[in-house]
Design a protein around this ligand. Structure first.
Ligand SMILES: Cc1cc2nc3c(=O)[nH]c(=O)nc-3n(C[C@H](O)[C@H](O)[C@H](O)COP(=O)(O)O)c2cc1C
Length: 306
């Protein structure tokens, strides 16, 4: 039994205000910044938090039914402010620990007094590209680590990470900057399973955490058709590199059954689905590939003339 409801109520009215003031910096405390599952509003929830290898453990003082933890699970992560620093956290995992072994001894006693046995462990997200880190090895690592990933583990992709990948696509260059693309993001399992039937080599879409459908206008002529293919290719690669940078795998899928894709995605009649990009944490983590299965460099590269 977690802390009683009356304590939650009392905390909300008075105690929490004090905790909220000290939580961003005081040892053992933190503020979980989470987004409402339905409202989309941002909430700042004070918590008891403890560092552990590669991440943090947070005590579920009011149990597993608190809204904030449901928000974090739904989003696949959150931000945490603690000791005056802000961390991006991913992969929330609930667990029950009668002995409260994951927390320091004095806190173990305090949490025991209010019968807290449930916790959530989260990992610190790999730092994504920022202006400060671009141009160094991180970009190169993302480029050399990307490969087609068709087997994913069960982890969801956080909303922040998904948005970053989509933003990378949105920023792609295009002919005359006409930006012919729309991106339809699918995370619903049933919809993913339906989408995976659009082509015999799209089966990986069924098990992906998410899939981005690249949608374009029906081309008016051959030139437009060529531009669309080139431009969507650039958007695809930007998204794939941004995903690789986050440790997220991607897999292309072509479309054979255009009508099925249109139906699943509910596309307007003047649009078609050009490709799918499946996303998910790879069963085998991404690592820079030292010997890629590509034609030899000297065979591909011509200097000055053919
Ligand atoms: C235009 C295009 C369409 C592709 N279609 C599919 C597909 O339908 N299914 C699939 O499993 N892989 C697809 N791929 C992935 C390629 O097979 C893959 O990129 C290639 O074999 C190189 O492997 P790598 O990406 O792991 O380096 C596609 C790639 C491109 C560029």
């Amino acid at each position: 039994m977690p802390a009683p409801r009356w304590l939650a109520k009392a905390n909300r009215s008075g105690f929490n205000r004090i905790i909220r003031l000290i939580a961003p910096w005081a040892p053992g405390f933190g503020v979980v910044i989470n987004r409402g599952r339905r409202s989309g509003r941002t909430y700042r929830t004070p918590v008891n938090v403890f560092r552990r290898e590669g991440g943090f453990v947070i005590a579920l003082t009011y149990g597993r039914e608190s809204d904030w933890i449901k928000n974090v699970l739904a989003a696949g992560g959150c931000q945490l402010q603690t000791r005056r620093r802000r961390h991006e956290l991913t992969s929330p995992r609930l667990y029950h620990d009668d002995g409260r072994q994951g927390v320091p001894a004095p806190v173990r006693l305090a949490l025991g007094a209010i019968q807290v046995y449930d916790f959530v462990a989260l990992d610190i997200a790999r730092p994504a590209l920022t202006a400060a880190t671009m141009g160094g090895m991180q970009t190169w690592d993302a480029i050399t680590s990307r490969r087609n990933v068709r087997e994913y583990d069960d982890r969801p992709i956080s909303d922040q990470d998904l948005d970053r990948i989509l933003e990378a696509g949105r920023r792609a260059p295009s002919s005359r900057n006409w930006q012919p693309w729309d991106f339809v993001v699918v995370t619903d399992r049933q919809q993913l399973q339906e989408l995976s039937k659009v082509w015999q080599f799209a089966r990986h879409v069924a098990n992906a955490a998410a899939t981005v459908a690249l949608v374009a206008p029906e081309p008016a002529n051959e030139s437009e058709r060529d531009w669309i293919q080139y431009d969507l290719g650039q958007a695809t690669m930007s998204m794939m590199i941004a995903a690789a940078d986050l440790g997220i795998g991607t897999g292309h899928a072509s479309i054979a059954d255009q009508q099925l894709a249109r139906d699943v995605l509910r596309l307007p009649t003047d649009r078609f689905c050009a490709y799918l990009v499946a996303l998910g944490y790879p069963r085998k983590p991404l690592r820079p590939i030292t010997t890629p299965n590509r034609r030899p460099f000297e065979d591909v590269v011509h200097r000055g003339h053919w």
